[in-house]
Structures are given as structure tokens and as C-alpha cells.
Write a protein that binds this ligand. Sequence first.
Ligand SMILES: Nc1ncnc2c1ncn2[C@@H]1O[C@H](COP(=O)(O)OP(=O)(O)OP(=O)(O)O)[C@@H](O)[C@H]1O
Ligand SMILES: [Mg+2]
Length: 271
Amino acid sequence: MEILCGEKLCELFASCVNSKPLKRAERYRVGVDLGTANVVVAVLDEKGEPVAGKMQRAQVVRDGLVVDFVGARSIVARMIEELNEELETELTEGACAVPPGTGKADSKATMYVVESAGLEVLNIVDEPTAASKVLGISDGAVVDVGGGTTGISVLKEGRVVYTADEPTGGTHFTLVLAGHLNISFDEAEAMKLDGKNQKKLFPILKPTMEKVADIVKRHIRGFEVDTIYLVGGASTLHGLKEVVESITGVRAVVPGYPLFVTPLGVALSCP
Ligand SMILES: Nc1ncnc2c1ncn2[C@@H]1O[C@H](COP(=O)(O)OP(=O)(O)OP(=O)(O)O)[C@@H](O)[C@H]1O
Ligand SMILES: [Mg+2]
């Protein structure tokens, strides 16, 4: 059985997110990624191929931890309901993710959101480790620059040997921009997301990129890392890859569709 890996998996998922399901299956593997910026539900078939997905911007989680339980529950419940209708099935099980180092109580809050939305949680994984499953790598560092945090996971011969998470991510870039240009958060976010602007915003955002790069450098110290895989929504920001390379001295790679790598990894973590 050929297992789809990396970019192809993400490309297929991108084609069905918030759109029509690609196919039906006997059994589904469901991943729920409750992020600071986005809630994503990914549905795969038993072979790990994308079937359907939902994604919505939401502010129900801060720095990886649930701050609006009711809001989070209702978003996930609606997504599951819609998926059930579209797939003419009843999804009953899934996996979810938390940032590395999340304590038991906070992991439980994430689990309760998913369970109260109707899915029994079969596995809770950490985000960059989930991402590494999609990248199909056995060595290197996976760095998930999400909305609220930067998560790092170091892999050695297929095993995760170290994980860490620190609160700097896409939201911080937006806040810096809003402060610098004296505009609202939403205006700054729209400006940042427009690819045409990113080159000229680089000087304003560079210090925050250096902060992300310093975090990575600090956490991979002591490990032999020859490639850093940058995933998460903020990883495509113009110049970030180069800043990470210059500060860490390690080659960095940004895969296609970095926004979907972690959510798909969460679904693949569903047994
Ligand atoms: N093309 C882009 N260029 C720059 N930033 C982007 C782009 N697309 C998304 N982002 C940023 O990525 C962030 C969202 O990424 P992602 O969905 O990976 O985060 P999350 O999983 O919700 O957050 P976290 O993992 O930190 O809890 C937002 O801050 C958004 O502004
Ligand atoms: Mg995330």
C-alpha cells in the first residue's frame, strides 16, 4: 500500500477543505487542530488519503490553550455535523493536538472540546510531532510557526528526541505591524497576508523573525540538526526562512501548503 506523503497529501487536502469531499470510505481518521488563529478538522480514509476538511478562523485558543470552551465546542461540533452530512456518515472518533509541553489539565481542556463536539479522542499528539508524520522525515527539526506559538520538535532516526514551545507566532507579527503603522489588528493582519506587501514589510517584521529564529537556535542547540522544516501559517512570511538560516546556520525548508501540515499530521495520528 502506497502511503501519500508530504506535499501531495497537503495538495489533495487543500483541494477539499471547505469544499466537496473527494471520496467516501469505510472508516475515517479524523484530526482536530485547535489553533490560535485557525480551527481545522481533517478527515482521511483508512489509508491516510484526504477525504474532506473544514477550516475556520477563530479566536478560541490562545498560545495553544483553550480560552473559549463554548466557542471552540460549537465550531468543532458544527464542522463535524457538516462533515457527517456531506459524507453521509457519523464520525465518532478522532485525534487532537496540543503544543509540546502542555500540562495534563490543559490537554484535557482540548480533549473535552473535541469530545463534547461528539468525537471520542483516541490520541492526543503534540503539534510539531504530528507535522513530522506528514513530512515523512526521520531526522531534523520541525518548527511549527503558528498563530500564537512556535513549536519545535527534533527527530533522530525516526524518533522524537526533544520538543519545546514558545509564545511567538503569526499574531505577534501582526501586533508589531499594527503598532508600527498605528492601524488596527485586522488591518495589519490583512496587510501581512497580502503577498504583495510582504517584501516591503520585511524591515518592520525582521526583529520578530529574529526572535523566532533565536527560539529555534536555542532549542536545537546540542542536537545534530542538518535541516529545519518550517511549517504553520506564518512560515511562508517573506524572509523568515532566510532569517532562520542565517541565525541558526542550518538549512531551512518550507514545504508547500505549510498551513495544512500539522492538521493532517493530527489526522494521521488517529489510529
Ligand atoms: N501567507 C501567509 N503569510 C504570512 N502569514 C500567514 C500566511 N497565512 C497564514 N499566516 C499566518 O499564520 C497564522 C496562522 O497559522 P496556523 O493556522 O498554523 O496557526 P494556528 O495553528 O491557528 O496557531 P497555533 O499553532 O500557534 O496555535 C496567522 O497568524 C496568520 O496570519
Ligand atoms: Mg497550529
